[in-house]
Design a binder for this molecule. Structure first.
Ligand SMILES: [Zn+2]
Length: 304
């Protein structure tokens, strides 16, 4: 999304408006009128991402300090530099001076997204360390273990907690845990240090791949890139949206459950219930059988 918005960098905003339609109104701060007045005439100094938020940097001008337009797309929000899929769900239109693109838009079918214009302090409050943990593209196992290691929560629900790690959504949480081979219902406190290392590694890999493939366009194909093309990351989904279809690794049908109110997909054969792991491992691990080592002292046969 942010890469698609890069062409607006360095451009000047002529005007902004928040169309009022029949659709559910969006959460906007400050008021629509004040927001539009403060955007007009500003230069766009940069386009940034903080977790799952787009942050547009507005240069200081005419006595106004530097400000930040923070847009959180949530479930169905799109940032576009071309014509929107429908006009009724256009939430913000920002007209730009000069050459193409002539404008950028925020479009949101369900209207769960938010738009905020904040100063430096407001940005810290909205996207600082109290709200967002380390970014998923660079997160380390120790970051996750420090925050989640003693939690009783299911690991999949915990990975969606943006204060623990920023940038993982429902689709990628399922994909990360499939690649790690851990059941999404596993309690965080049952995971070991090397589990957190592998979760962090696969988080970085899965998110980097999704960024490279420009996101996942699934089901109703709501998600589009900024120039209104579908993403391609859905072609790499191994569990998400594949209920009843054979696991790509072992052919066991993929299962769908609801966990913490979110649809959750996993392979019951490839993804371990870590609670059972200690008693199952010695029988499966040749090194244990030979040397009669205590479970946990050997890294062999991690996937069983
Ligand atoms: Zn499988």
């Amino acid at each position: 999304m942010c890469r698609g918005l890069a062409p607006i960098q360095g451009r000047r905003i002529v005007s902004a408006m928040l169309p009022r339609g029949r659709v559910r109104p969006l959460a906007v701060r400050p008021t629509a009128r004040v927001l539009c007045r403060r955007l007009a005439g500003r230069a766009i100094a940069g386009v940034h991402r903080r977790g799952k938020r787009v942050v547009i940097e507005l240069a200081a001008s005419a006595g106004r300090p530097r400000e930040w337009l923070v847009i959180e797309p949530r479930m169905t929000g799109l940032m576009l530099v071309v014509d929107p899929p429908t006009t009724e769900h256009v939430r913000l239109v920002v007209s730009l001076a000069g050459r193409s693109p002539r404008q950028f838009l925020f479009w949101d079918r369900r209207g769960l997204g938010t738009i905020r214009l904040v100063d430096d302090r407001g940005l810290e409050a909205a996207c600082g360390g109290a709200k967002l943990g380390p970014d998923g593209l660079v997160v380390e196992g120790d970051d996750l273990r420090r925050v989640l290691g003693s939690s009783r929560r299911a690991v999949k629900a915990a990975l969606l907690d943006q204060r623990a790690v920023a940038g993982i959504g429902n689709i990628y949480a399922a994909e990360i845990l499939f690649r790690v081979g851990i059941d999404p219902r596993a309690r965080c406190r049952r995971l070991r240090q090397d589990d957190w290392q592998r979760i962090a590694l696969e988080t970085r890999r899965v998110l980097a791949e999704a960024v490279r493939l420009e996101g996942s366009s699934i089901g109703d194909e709501t998600y589009r890139t900024a120039d209104s093309r579908p993403g391609r990351a859905q072609l790499r989904h191994r569990v998400y949206g594949r209920e009843g279809q054979p696991c790509r690794r072992c052919r066991t049908p993929i299962v769908r459950i609801v966990l913490a109110q979110r649809a959750t997909f996993f392979c019951p054969a490839c993804q371990q219930r870590v609670e059972r792991r200690a008693s199952r491992r010695p029988a499966r691990c040749a090194a244990h059988a030979k040397q009669a080592k205590a479970p946990g002292s050997c890294g062999v046969g991690r996937r069983g």
